[in-house]
Design a protein around this ligand. Structure first.
Ligand code: PAF
Length: 285
């Protein structure tokens, strides 16, 4: 595996692969890699013979008062994990390399509407930051496939829309959430949980599972099921930002007759904001 920090060296390597006719899969990350990321890299390896992984903690997607400064950075472990996972290039640019005009002055890519709801309401500008860095990384790497975790479900939907709207010739591939044995979705931010919070955290996934059972059993309206799940989270000690049932394709509120749904929840436990989601196929009833 080559570790590259310069855009022009990445472009050079990739141009050579393309001349040789190799397809390329890309996994963008912010590092602090764990088993969830390993599954994205494994998926990328299934898709194409060449795999590029980026590690870049993107300042543009963090709001004021968020954890940009203390976001865990573990470059040595990341490199070992990528080497073992079979990545061909680790692209780890500096902020100056990615934002030569300064992060505050860069051209922005935004997906209005989709990006302003749910996470966008609580983290204004977050998805513009994500889309801008992902669009730049796509321009640099020019992958055939790009793999994103379904844990950040809204991010996946927003990126799909960006790629469609901007005619980017890239197939976006979603990879299933990887969970701890007790159901907690793996996330770099789980390490901020203290032991008591860590013991409570799986209740988020349990609550979503109950909501899914109720939906499948037709026990109440969408609104009633959302409210019940939200109350259950409060009882368990969370401060939910939202629990909502949406159409999986475009995140519009679920309407009677919709079949392919997703239950999305974000809830705070102490100082940590946890995200989770669960797909529901009402056609399977
Ligand atoms: O999901 C993430 O880790 C980040 O949002 C991404 C896609 C790497 C962009 O910085």
């Amino acid at each position: 595996m080559d570790t590259l920090t310069d855009i022009r060296f990445v472009r050079g390597r990739i141009a050579a692969w393309k001349r040789e006719g190799h397809k390329l899969a890309f996994v963008p990350t912010m590092g602090n890699l764990h088993t969830g990321h390993a599954s994205l890299i494994a998926r990328a390896r299934e898709l194409a013979p060449r795999v590029v992984v980026s590690v870049f903690v993107n300042p543009l997607q963090f709001g004021p008062g968020e954890d940009f400064e203390r976001y865990p950075r573990t470059p040595a472990n990341d490199a070992t994990m990528l080497e073992e996972g079979g990545a061909d290039i680790l692209f780890a640019p500096t902020a100056d390399e990615m934002y030569p005009s300064g992060a505050g002055r860069t051209a922005i890519v935004d997906v209005p509407d989709l990006a302003d709801q749910l996470e966008g309401r609580f983290r204004p500008g977050h998805f513009a930051g994500v889309c801008t860095v992902v669009a730049k990384l796509f321009n640099i790497v020019q992958p055939d496939f790009a793999v994103f975790g379904e844990k950040d479900f809204q991010q996946l939907v927003v990126i799909r829309r960006m790629v469609r709207d901007l005619c980017m010739p890239i197939e976006i591939v979603g990879a299933p959430i990887v969970r701890a044995e007790d159901g907690l979705a793996l996330s770099s931010r789980n390490q901020y949980l203290d032991p008591r919070e860590r013991a409570t955290a799986p209740r988020l996934n349990e609550t979503l599972r109950c909501a899914r059972e109720r939906l499948l059993a037709g026990e109440g309206s969408v609104h009633e099921i959302e409210s019940k799940a939200s109350s259950e989270l409060v009882e368990a000690g969370f401060r939910p930002d939202y629990v909502t049932i949406r159409r999986a394709t475009d995140l519009r509120p679920a309407q009677p007759g919709d079949r392919d749904l997703v239950i999305l929840a974000t809830a705070r436990l102490g100082a940590v904001r946890l995200l989770d989601n669960l797909r529901v196929d009402l056609a399977s009833r």
